[in-house]
Design a protein. Sequence first.
Length: 75
Amino acid sequence: MRHGLAQAPRYRFAEDLASGALAEVLPDFPPTPTPVSVLYPSNRQLSPRVRVFIDWLARLYEEKFGPVAAQGRSQ
């Protein structure tokens, strides 16, 4: 059996954590948040579908993590 530490999104290993196959270590020291960016060409008109998707994603993120930094965001 091998042992080691890994940092990964909790959702990827939720079942293993729940079953006891994996154990959380250092719970008092969570990793720093990872920024999320949405990239799209600025030289074209943004399609309504993509705009709706970006807004939906931003709402989900805000519900879970707090306000979204809207740098370069156009409405």
